[in-house]
Ligand binder design. Structure first.
Ligand SMILES: [Zn+2]
Length: 218
């Protein structure tokens, strides 16, 4: 039933989502605006035939598996140090479906996904914000489909005929998560910064004393 709601759009050619693109007021788009194409199950061929462009405007909390992984990382912190809004981080980007071949038998999707996740630095065990940007060109093949000559595309074999575009987004983000998250900028890392290092702190003392001395002399 749900799938049939979309077939008419495929016949009309290229569609855009969400209606931030200039969609005229009357048209069938209103009916479609009720659902979120990220969550609808459709076949890859159907999405490709419609040249479906899906804008992603979700939150980390919308993705169950991704949330579970991020949370596992954050529970290493004392409860009062866990960033309260980590589930609210925006997941943004787009998925653009099309065909890789002229015969229109090989669905592909161009993905661009960005998010900033709260993570725990494995070096200093402090929370920090880790930006992730994923760009991927995926060839969506059926279970026993096999092709040659599309080396620039990453092949994803679909276990089921119908896919939910959001599952692609979640999978890409989970794969982009580092095994061991660490401060990108080493000066932010307390394990590497002399400020919190005890021996370094002692070393700064003579200079502080000298500075005080100079201040008194003037
Ligand atoms: Zn660190």
């Amino acid at each position: 039933m749900t799938a049939s709601k979309f077939t008419r759009f495929g016949a009309e050619g290229r569609n855009f989502w969400p209606p931030s693109f200039d969609l005229s007021s009357d048209g069938p788009y209103h009916a479609r605006a009720m659902g979120n194409p990220l969550r609808e199950r459709r076949s890859a061929a159907d999405l490709a035939a419609g040249a479906q462009v899906i804008e992603i405007a979700e939150k980390i909390g919308d993705f169950e598996q991704l949330s579970a992984i991020v949370e596992t990382d954050l529970v290493a912190l004392d409860a009062d140090r866990i960033p309260t809004g980590w589930r609210e981080s925006a997941v943004e980007g787009s998925l653009e479906f099309g065909f890789a071949d002229a015969q229109q038998s090989l669905p592909k999707v161009s993905c661009r996904v960005g998010v900033t996740v709260d993570a725990v630095c494995q070096r200093c065990i402090e929370p920090f914000r880790l930006p992730l940007e994923v760009e991927a060109e995926l060839l969506l093949l059926g279970h026993d489909q096999d092709v040659d000559g599309f080396d620039e595309l990453e092949v994803w074999e679909l276990e089921e005929t119908l896919l939910r575009p959001r599952d692609i987004v979640e999978e890409l983000l989970i794969m982009a998560l580092p095994f061991s998250a660490m401060h990108v900028n080493s000066t932010s890392c307390k394990a590497l910064s002399p400020e919190t290092n005890e021996s370094a702190e002692k070393m700064t003392t003579p200079f502080a004393a000298l500075r005080d001395q100079m201040a008194q002399d003037n």
